[in-house]
Design a protein. Structure first.
Length: 397
């Protein structure tokens, strides 16, 4: 049998962790059973994962499971190869998931008596570290533990918020952990405030019916994730969404175009605003109660205010709009987008033809005063490429 070629085939999701060496410290929480999935997800973004397990962790999940997932040897004891030194020296990030109260407190007080605390003793102050707590809620609420966590935070350690339910502080979900690893290692937009305005508006006909559209919100979520990956301080404003928003992406809701316009003073506080929202072009006078469906109904529609125009007045940041067309040539699409760029006083516009949007592939154009660049791929790839381009050109480090 050819053992060397017996590799796990994983579907690539991005190259944002390509070649990054992640030391995964696994401690004695039942949440350790999730680490096979976590390793796979990190590898789908290109990471190379080196698991380190405590003796307590090995009572919950066997090292063979993590060896299978990572395709690397699992460190279960410190030997003459000084694994706690060589792994840290050659790593890009240390991830402790799950992190028990025991390990957190030991690390905060310089105690080094397990494989994982040995890694931490050598890494704190030298390498990026993310800890993902998992324990009973009473332990999480312990003031001494909180003080120990603050001590580690002062020394650069990042803690991810646990999921609080059933009187437990459960380990954060795998998507959040992976996104946070990407974020720490790709700080292109770090320190910049970014607002993403997305979803569909819904103009009320009566108390139970609305006029809206069929926008899915996929593009919005893709750009929210991309800006999160690159370290931006995100402020999201969402209307109706038919796409699931990841739990780690918090947002404020709006319903109508007027609702959104009322938020403009807050939105203007950001360095960059991007608006993939599908906002109504029309509104109407709402009727109280529920209109009878037994007879013909005629609705009188009025032009809705243009959010981008309202936002663009007296806004000093970077403003990015979107434009979709159908049945036009590439040349006409670009020309119409440039006209919208001038009309709405935008810095950039992202344009596409609806016929170019396929299930797993799309084509879009980033258009500015001195740029027309074409991007092709799935929505996540395209969003990542555009955001990377924007961060590198607008916020050079």
């Amino acid at each position: 049998m050819d053992f060397e070629n017996n590799k796990t085939e994983l579907i690539s999701k991005s190259k944002l962790l390509s070649g990054k060496r992640i030391v995964l410290g696994v401690t004695g929480s039942i949440a350790a059973v999730e680490d096979v999935k976590l390793i796979h997800e990190l590898r789908r973004h290109g990471a190379i994962v080196f698991p380190v397990m405590t003796q307590s962790a090995m009572k919950i999940i066997h090292p063979y499971s993590l060896q299978y997932a990572s395709e690397n040897e699992v460190v279960t004891e410190i030997t003459g190869r000084i694994e706690h030194v060589t792994l840290v020296n050659n790593s890009d990030l240390i991830l402790i998931a799950p992190a028990t109260a025991n390990t957190i407190s030991k690390a905060a007080n310089g105690i080094d008596d397990t494989t994982v605390t040995s890694v931490l003793s050598n890494a704190i102050g030298r390498k990026p570290i993310i800890m993902v707590p998992a324990m009973h809620q009473g332990m999480m609420d312990n003031p001494i533990l909180k003080e120990n966590m603050q001590n580690l935070i002062k020394n650069g350690v990042v803690f991810l918020d646990p999921i609080i339910e059933e009187n437990k502080a459960k380990m954060a979900d795998i998507e959040y952990i992976t996104a946070s690893v990407i974020r720490v290692l790709n700080p292109l937009c770090i320190g910049k405030k970014v607002a993403v305005v997305g979803g569909s508006s819904a103009e009320p006909i009566d108390d139970v019916r609305v006029i809206t559209n069929l926008s899915s919100g996929e593009t919005t979520v893709s750009f929210m994730k991309a800006f999160y990956y690159f370290g931006a301080e995100l402020h999201n404003y969402l209307g109706l969404m038919r796409t699931q928003v990841p739990s780690y992406l918090k947002y404020e809701s709006f319903k109508t175009v007027d609702d959104l316009i009322s938020l403009i003073p807050k939105i203007r506080e950001n360095d960059l605003v991007i608006v993939p929202a599908a906002l109504s072009d029309f509104t109407l006078k709402k009727q109280s109660g529920k209109i009878s469906s037994e007879e013909e109904l005629n609705l009188k529609l009025f032009p809705a205010k243009k959010f981008l125009k309202e936002l663009g007045r007296n806004y000093d940041g970077i403003l990015i709009g979107f434009k979709a067309e159908y049945g036009v040539s590439e040349k006409d699409l670009i020309n119409r987008a440039k006209k919208r760029l001038e009309e709405y006083n935008l810095d950039y516009i992202i344009a596409n033809r609806l016929e170019d949007v396929k299930h797993a592939n799309t084509i879009v154009y980033l258009i500015g005063e001195n740029i027309v660049e074409k991007f092709k791929g799935d929505k996540d790839d395209v969003s990542i490429s555009i955001v990377k381009k924007l961060c590198e050109s607008l916020f050079p480090r």
